[in-house]
Design a protein around this ligand. Structure first.
Ligand SMILES: NC(=O)C1=CN([C@@H]2O[C@H](COP(=O)(O)OP(=O)(O)OC[C@H]3O[C@@H](n4cnc5c(N)ncnc54)[C@H](O)[C@@H]3O)[C@@H](O)[C@H]2O)C=CC1
Ligand SMILES: O=C(O)[C@@H]1CCC=N1
Length: 284
C-alpha cells in the first residue's frame, strides 16, 4: 500500500440505499474531520426520504420514485460505491448500475450472505468488489467492520475500503468465508446488547424504578462497563471478578445467570445467525 493511498482523501462515494446501515455509515462519513471528496451521492427509494437531504452541501440525494435512473446518476464519477440495500436486491442493484460505473470503481456490498462472486457476475471487468460487514454504532464513529476482498479486488481496493470504514470505527480484514461469522458476532451484535438492555430495564421497572430511572441506570451501566473494557488491559473475566466481591451480592446474581448456560445459548444463537446468512447465499 502506498503512502498516497493511506493519506489521500477518500474518493467520491455513492451509496445505494440509506436505511439503517447505510444511514449509519453516512452519518459517520459526514462527521467533522472525515476527509472525503464531496458531495457524497445517495439514493433512496422515495422522494420524501431523498428530501431529507435538501439543502445539505455535502450530500446530493436521488430518489428512485421520481427518477428511474437515480442509482445510475448517483454512481457517475464515484470511485467508491456502497450497496446498502437488502441482500435479495443487491444483485439487481449491481446489474442496474453496471454500465454507469467509472472504470476501476470499487463496489462495496454490506449485504449479509451475498457472495462477492454473485455481485462480480453483474459488473464489468475492472470493477473491484469488496464485502463489508459493519454495524450500526458506525453512526457515531464507534462501529466495527469486517472486510474481505472478492476475487476482483486487489490489495489497493481492500486498503481503500479499509480507510472508508476506519472513518466510522475499527476494521478487521478477514477472509470472505469468515464474513458470515463476523455478521453473527459484531454485525448483529448490537441487537444482542439492546436485547439485554430491554430485559434489564424491564426487570429494573419491576423492582419499582420509573422508566427514566430504569433507562438511566441500565444505559449508563452498559456504556460505562463497555468503555472500561475498551480502556482496560484486563480481560472481561477479570473485570467481572472486580465487581464480584466474595460472599457479596453480585456472586448470587451471577450464579443465577450462569445456570442458564450462556455458552450453549450463544453458540446456538450465533449458529442460527450463520445459518440465515447461508440461506441468503442460496437465495432463500
Ligand atoms: N442493519 C444492520 O445493522 C446491518 C445491515 N447490514 C446489511 O445492510 C443492508 C441494508 O440493511 P438495513 O439498512 O438494515 O435495511 P433497510 O431496509 O433499513 O435499508 C435498505 C434501504 O435501501 C432502500 N432501497 C431498497 N432498494 C433500493 C434501490 N434499488 N435503490 C435505492 N434505495 C433502495 C430502502 O428504501 C431502504 O431505505 C442489508 O443487506 C443488510 O444485510 C449489514 C450489517 C449490519
Ligand atoms: O439482520 C441482518 O440481516 C443484518 C446483517 C447483520 C445485522 N443486520
Amino acid at each position: 500500500m502506498s503512502n498516497s493511498t493511506q493519506s489521500a482523501a477518500l474518493p467520491r462515494t455513492a451509496m445505494i440505499g440509506v436505511g439503517s446501515m447505510g444511514g449509519a455509515i453516512l452519518a459517520g462519513l459526514r462527521a467533522p474531520g472525515v476527509e472525503i471528496e464531496l458531495p457524497i451521492a445517495v439514493t433512496a427509494r422515495s422522494v420524501s426520504s431523498a428530501a431529507a437531504f435538501e439543502g445539505a452541501d455535502d450530500v446530493v440525494a436521488y430518489a428512485g420514485e421520481s427518477d428511474p435512473d437515480a442509482n445510475r446518476h448517483a454512481v457517475r464519477g464515484a470511485g467508491l460505491v456502497i450497496l446498502a440495500v437488502k441482500p435479495w436486491t443487491v444483485a439487481e442493484a449491481a446489474r442496474g448500475i453496471a454500465d454507469a460505473l467509472e472504470p476501476g470503481a470499487i463496489v462495496v456490498s454490506v449485504a449479509a450472505g451475498v457472495p462477492s462472486s454473485a455481485i462480480e457476475a453483474e459488473l464489468p471487468e475492472g470493477v473491484a468488489v469488496v464485502r463489508a460487514m459493519p454495524n450500526t454504532p458506525s453512526h457515531i464513529g464507534r462501529g466495527v467492520t469486517g472486510i474481505a476482498g472478492g476475487a476482483s479486488a486487489g490489495e489497493e481496493a481492500v486498503a481503500t475500503v479499509r480507510r472508508l470504514f476506519e472513518t466510522v470505527g475499527e476494521v478487521l480484514v478477514v477472509r470472505e468465508d469468515q464474513i458470515n461469522d463476523v455478521a453473527a458476532v459484531s454485525g448483529s451484535g448490537p441487537a444482542y446488547v439492546y436485547l439485554y438492555a430491554e430485559h434489564m430495564i424491564a426487570a429494573a421497572r419491576r423492582l419499582g424504578f420509573d422508566a427514566d430511572q430504569a433507562r438511566l441506570l441500565v444505559q449508563q451501566t452498559i456504556a460505562g462497563a463497555a468503555e472500561l473494557m475498551v480502556r482496560s488491559d484486563d480481560e472481561p473475566e477479570q473485570l467481572r471478578r472486580n465487581v464480584t466481591s466474595p460472599k457479596g451480592t453480585t456472586e448470587r446474581a451471577v450464579e443465577v445467570l450462569q445456570a442458564a448456560d450462556w455458552g450453549d445459548l450463544f453458540d446456538r444463537a450465533l449458529a442460527a445467525n450463520v445459518r440465515r446468512s447461508e440461506e441468503l447465499e442460496r437465495g432463500e
